[in-house]
Write a protein that binds this ligand. Sequence first.
Ligand SMILES: *[C@@H]1O[C@H](CO)[C@@H](O)[C@H](O)[C@H]1NC(C)=O
Length: 101
Amino acid sequence: MAKSSRSNNNKRSFCIFIIFSLLLILTVAESKPVSRTGISEAPAPLICDLAFGVKSGDTCFNIAQGFGLSSGEFESINPNVNCTALFVGQWICVEGSEDFS
Ligand SMILES: *[C@@H]1O[C@H](CO)[C@@H](O)[C@H](O)[C@H]1NC(C)=O
């Protein structure tokens, strides 16, 4: 009788252990998306306030010049634009900022 009661206690502790383990796993799993958004080494999200559709004959240089942007400013708001493969109808950001908040 005493034996069986001890074994029940062991089962209960084991069960509690399993429940805590599951809670821990869930906590870790749920904290993952938070740490993903918290990566500050990732490039700051760009806010584009004004976009310009590339027309025939446009180049990065004349677009930047037309909007009074230096090549550095142009590149910082258009990090994914390949100026050697610019195509008509491509959207170029001509006024924007990096969101450092
Ligand atoms: C840009 O486009 C040109 C022409 O398609 C290609 O040769 C070059 O590798 C591209 N550069 C980048 C950084 O993707």
